[in-house]
Design a binder for this molecule. Structure first.
Ligand code: ARG
Ligand code: ZN
Length: 858
């Protein structure tokens, strides 16, 4: 049942008004829905109305007040309903029963810790009531909730509060009314015994907005950073885009059992606790940064996603790519933009480039899907953001702002397409973006190559591009690639003004006249396009790492240098040659250390060697053991060579005074802990032991625990046990305990499997599953790819078990088995066998089946 983009048809009926009455009960919630329906003038007339439905028990259905006769009401195979003989407008009333307690999918209405939550994107609303559950049906909603007052004092839904009162038998009710039309995927309910942390925000036109974050009792003290991030996001969107909030309340509720990071439901965002709760003792600096970004992301969706939404799910990047672009820009504005950019690029390369090179490769705007939940991907989100970023670079910041204004003015309260967005940018800027649209249509990462010539002051730079074939797209066209660049002279001074080249054809040549000496080209400054660049020599990379003024190119050049060195070492190891520390890499490291204190956050990023996964991606056939051995050797060798300097850094950067969460403090901790890790790699774990014992914040505690967990120090087991004993009642910290072990090279597949039998492991909690299974399969390549095949077997067992509990999470866990072609024949065969074993399971969900079958077919 493949859904194709080209098959889009407008809905036969529109819904003008939805009035819901939900009587909450753990196993027998009653949902009464009153839908005011109207035939869609833009669709061909059909006599029948089709409604989606899933896991619903229909109790009654009436049209315009009269019960529907059985011959007009048909149950459809997928769980939906068809109603025949529809007039042009009608009021449909249905009542269904659902069981939140039985809902382990975490889609629709479910229970978590005794409280009620919903998740409706993408297709969860149909698990609450019968409805045309597609984003191009936008309606106004009122929601009346009814529940037991003692167990459910809090009753929340979308929009503004609109009445509340008592009922007999200790029950009570509350009504919510949302004035803005919205698609069903933005519907939400939260109910239960939660407490609110409150604040206020006044918009620049004077609307007073009551802000609240709802958490479980005891977590009130952990909401400060989320609340502060929310207020800064609201102010930033006003200042940057002139976009103001549009309701009297903005509520956030945090839940421990959640399939994703968070959800932008209108006026009632629902968040994974991971992206709300933070105290210095329990959350790392990375957690704090994640909270800021995700809170901003969901808030920004209010305009890019909610007010202007998607016509169909193929347009998902219309809201997600744009909103990731906006949250990245926001976070860059809060601190060091250059360091934020490195983190974003690292994430794109570690998650999206492999996707683009693997069996699930798809364009930013996919052409088909079986299960839409499989397309909430790094390509739609992160590459989608890069495409928006390039568009802004091409048309300029002022035009981009004008384009955003035009997009919103034209399409407010509409469900639109990516073409509509590009057209607004084109109309506002006057720049022809028709070719640029290929970025949305073509999968695969373009490869950029550089050639140079220099003669008599004349420097010739030739750039060529090609995009490798991906499943279903054998032939690729060139895409417009903005290449931000500069030319650097032998003394490190700029030889030309920085400029933006636009490579539109397969190959183009650029000539620079009158140069005093042969320059070194600094290309893709700021990572101006999501491409792979090659063609510079090691010597040029070393030069750029030391001399470029662009932080991204400096970092990138040192990473490329290290990559080349590591690939050579892998080759050496495979031909039984002894490993040596490459002097060029030692020199780059020494230079980085010389300047480390100028920008500690940057130094910490630049000191980190490319990941094992990244090195594997550069090889036609990966060798996980050799790659691991090389990286392990290098870290140890660098740690020993610079032991005194790392020790000095670790000492000098020790924090006195109170713990602070600002860019400077985070950067110092990052550099200090990078030094600790190098010392640990060199076998010096005494500092890690001391830091672990003394740490008063989770960043330092976890950094020390990681060093110990990766070492053969006798303190390893004691540290892990102490950490568990201290944090066993803090689920988010316990996740870290699982993750540290899952990613440690000391944890083999058998040990990971053993952890899945630990009493604290829980297949029903997605965070826990990601912390063990996800972290092991995606973050511990040497163990996952163990030659015995145990790692693959463990993952297949987990996918099979999960598929019976939560199909969305199960399908996500299939990804690491996808790139079997990139492994040697023996491993590839075992990976295929694991995929085939999953595929053969009777009753497998369509989402897991889609991932498994596409992986096998590639
Ligand atoms: N729209 C959410 C976000 O902010 C993600 C929701 C995804 N949910 C899902 N079931 N796939 O990115
Ligand atoms: Zn989003």
């Amino acid at each position: 049942p493949t859904i194709r983009r080209e098959d889009y048809r407008p809905p036969a009926f529109l819904v003008e008004q939805v009035d819901l009455h939900i009587a909450l009960h753990p196993t027998a919630t009653r949902v009464r829905a009153r839908l005011a329906l109207r035939r869609n003038p833009a669709a061909p007339a059909t006599p029948a109305l089709e409604l989606d439905g899933e896991a619903l028990t229909l109790l009654s259905a009436a049209l315009d007040g009269a019960p529907l006769a059985a011959d007009r009401l048909h149950h459809l195979p997928g769980g939906g309903l068809r109603i025949d003989g529809m007039p042009d407008s009608a009021v449909l009333e249905t009542e269904v029963e659902i069981s939140p307690e039985a809902n382990s999918e975490l889609s629709g209405l479910y229970l978590s810790g005794g409280n009620y939550f919903t998740q409706c994107e993408a297709e969860g609303f149909r698990r609450i009531t019968y409805f045309p559950d597609r984003p191009d049906v936008m309606a106004r909603y009122t929601t009346t909730l009814e529940a037991d007052r003692a167990t459910c004092p809090v009753l929340l839904s979308n929009g503004n509060p609109d009445g509340a009162g008592e009922l007999p038998d200790g029950r009570h009710w509350a009504r919510w009314s949302d004035p803005h039309p919205k698609p069903s995927y933005l519907f939400a309910v939260v109910a239960g015994d939660l407490v609110a942390v409150r604040d206020r925000f006044t918009t620049r036109s004077g609307r007073a907005v009551a802000l609240a974050i709802y958490v479980r009792r005891g977590d009130e003290d952990a909401c400060g950073h989320a609340m502060d991030s929310l207020k800064r996001s609201m102010a930033w969107d006003e200042a940057t885009y002139g976009l103001e909030y549009d309701l009297d309340v903005f509520n956030i509720a945090a839940v421990s059992d959640f399939n994703m990071g968070a959800m932008e439901n209108k006026g009632l965002n629902v968040f994974n606790t991971k992206y709300i709760l933070a105290r210095p003792e329990t959350a790392t600096d990375a957690d704090y940064e994640g909270i800021e970004t995700v809170v901003a992301h969901e808030y920004f969706h209010n305009w890019t996603g909610n007010r202007v939404t998607c016509r169909d799910w193929f347009q998902l990047s219309l809201k997600e790519g744009l909103t990731v672009f906006r949250d990245q820009h926001f976070s860059a504005d809060q601190g060091s933009a250059a360091v934020k950019r490195l983190a974003d690029v690292r994430r794109l390369r570690s998650a999206q480039f492999p996707e683009d090179a693997g069996p699930m490769a798809h364009p930013v705007r996919p052409d088909s899907y079986v299960e839409i939940n499989n397309f909430y991907t790094a390509t739609v989100y992160q590459k989608g953001a890069e495409v928006v970023r390039m568009m802004r670079a091409l048309i300029g910041e002022a035009n981009f702002r004008r384009g955003m204004d035009l997009y919103i003015a034209r399409h407010d309260n509409q469900a639109v397409t990516i073409e509509d967005f590009v057209r607004a940018m084109q109309d506002a800027s006057g720049v022809d973006l028709s070719r640029f649209s290929r970025w949305y249509a073509q999968a695969g990462t373009p490869e950029l190559r550089v050639w140079e010539a220099f003669e008599a002051g004349r420097y010739t730079l030739t750039l060529s591009q090609s995009t490798p074939p991906t499943p279903g797209q054998p032939d690729k066209q060139p895409v417009p690639i903005p290449v931000a660049m500069g030319l650097i002279g032998p003394d490190g001074a700029a030889l030309a003004e920085p400029q933006m080249l636009l490579l539109e054809e397969t190959e183009q040549t650029y000539v620079f006249e009158g140069l005093p000496a042969k320059p070194v080209p600094s290309l893709l400054r700021g990572f101006s396009a999501p491409v792979k660049l090659s063609g510079l020599t090691l010597e040029q990379l070393g030069f750029l790492a030391a001399h470029d003024t662009d932080a991204f190119v400096r970092w990138e050049s040192s990473q490329q240098y290290a990559t080349a060195a590591m690939l050579e070492m892998v080759a050496a190891l495979r031909s039984q040659k002894p490993l040596e520390l490459p002097e060029g890499l030692a020199a780059i490291t020494a230079a980085l250390l010389d300047r480390a204190m100028e920008d500690p956050a940057f130094a910490a990023e630049a000191l980190a060697l490319p990941s094992e996964e990244f090195i594997a991606d550069q090889m036609a056939v990966a060798d996980p053991e050799a790659i691991h051995a090389v990286r392990h050797f290098l870290r140890g060798a660098l740690g020993r060579r610079f032991a005194a300097r790392f020790a000095a850094l670790h000492g000098d950067l020790a924090e006195s005074g109170p713990y602070r969460i600002d860019g400077a403090a985070i950067g110092r901790r990052a550099l200090r802990n990078a030094a600790l890790a190098y010392l640990g790699a060199a076998g010096e774990t005494a500092r890690a032991e001391a830091q672990f014992a003394a740490a008063t914040n989770m960043t330092d505690s976890l950094a020390a625990l990681r060093v110990l967990a990766d070492s053969d120090s006798p303190a390893r087991e004691a540290a892990l046990a102490a950490f568990h004993a201290r944090w066993k009642d803090e689920p988010l910290v316990l996740d870290k305990w699982f993750m540290i072990q899952a990613m440690s090279p000391r944890t083999g597949a058998a040990a990971a499997e053993a952890l899945s039998h630990h009493p604290d492991f829980d297949l029903r909690n997605p965070n826990r599953v990601r912390a063990l299974v996800g972290a092991f399969a995606a973050g511990n390549p040497a163990a996952f790819h163990a030659a015995s095949g145990e790692g693959y077997r463990f993952l297949a067992d987990m996918v099979i078990a999960l598929d019976a509990v939560n199909t969305q999470v199960a399908a996500r866990m299939v990804s690491p088995l996808g790139p079997w072609k990139r492994q040697d024949a023996a491993r590839g065969a075992m990976m295929r066998a694991a995929l085939e074993r999953i595929a053969a399971r009777p009753g497998l969900s369509k989402g897991t089946y889609e991932k498994v079958s596409k992986s096998l077919a590639a």
